[in-house]
Design a protein. Structure first.
Length: 295
């Protein structure tokens, strides 16, 4: 029995696409994790809300000329969440290792950002992480917890096979986090830089910083967007970037070597479906961009 059989249950299919696991290039896995939310809970409802939105928006990308129906996608359902965080992360690590071991590219729909620790632990090769996020999430501890949404990138930075970390769209941090980033030479690009320097320059800088990495993990916290564009997130932060800026930057990044991608922190009950639709569109655009880079 596979770990997917053991630790997942079926739900509605992302974008309604039906493809068998063995035939798929991409595997979608929902992670309704919502254990450490400190402000606005509800991200456990995001995998379902984003899938529902994916059924009701058009699947053609004008940026790439690719329709999502052209891609081979298998939806593996939702991970079984345990009340113990480490057990949940262990299950996600095992599922990630199994999916990547079969040569698939993994798409995770969260859920709180802490899930990124479990999935990155399941990568059995050297990799770089590119993270779009309003927050640095580099605290060593938050509210007495060393593993939570506010410490996740600090813990990911400690993952053995990680070789490079790049944070994009940041605008919320404490002094401890900035000092740690500078000490460890973690690269970060603020939302202010994106707004002042422009899409072309930022995209070029991201590609240069990632260099010739053989494996890339993309983590996208939807709060990187300004609340005007994505109001239903767990920890909204003003002065963010627009949906257009985000998608244009992604359309210029070399994702040929991307092995896994997560989208996190949507809390659907805080709007009427706008943010879930934005998240579904982001997934569409990322997948079509990967496909362009591969060919």
């Amino acid at each position: 029995m596979s770990f997917l059989d053991l630790y997942t249950s079926p739900v509605i299919k992302f974008s309604g696409i039906e493809c068998e696991f063995n035939d798929a290039d991409y595997v979608v896995l929902g992670v309704p994790l919502d254990l450490t939310s400190s402000y606005r809970p509800g991200s456990r409802f995001a995998p379902l809300a984003i899938r529902e939105s994916s059924l009701n928006i058009e699947d053609f990308s004008f940026r790439t000329g690719i329709s999502l129906n052209d891609l081979k996608i298998h939806d593996a359902g939702d991970l079984h969440i345990d009340a113990n965080m480490e057990e949940t992360l262990r299950r996600l690590e095992l599922a990630t290792r199994e999916i990547l071991g079969e040569g698939k590219r993994l798409v995770l729909i969260g859920g709180e950002h802490t899930l990124t620790l479990g999935s990155t632990r399941g990568i059995d090769r050297d990799f770089a992480i590119l993270c779009f996020d309003a927050h640095l999430d580099l605290r060593n501890e938050y509210l007495g917890e060393r593993i939570c949404h506010a410490t996740v990138m600090r813990r990911v930075y400690e993952v053995e096979r990680l070789r490079r970390m790049l944070m994009v769209g940041t605008r919320a941090a404490c002094r401890e986090e900035v000092a740690y980033a500078e000490e460890q030479r973690i690269s970060f690009i603020s939302s202010h830089e994106i707004n002042s320097r422009g899409i072309e320059e930022i995209s070029s800088r991201i590609n240069n910083l990632l260099g010739e990495e053989d494996a890339i993990y993309l983590s996208l916290d939807v709060d990187v967007l300004d609340p005007a564009f994505a109001p239903a997130v767990q920890t909204p932060e003003p002065d963010g970037i627009s949906t257009y800026q985000l998608l244009e930057i992604i359309s210029r990044i070399n994702l040929e070597n991307l092995v896994a991608f997560d989208i996190v922190e949507v809390a659907p009950k805080y709007d009427s479906g706008v943010t879930a639709a934005v998240a579904a569109r982001i997934i569409f655009e990322v997948l079509s961009r990967i496909d362009i880079c591969r060919t």
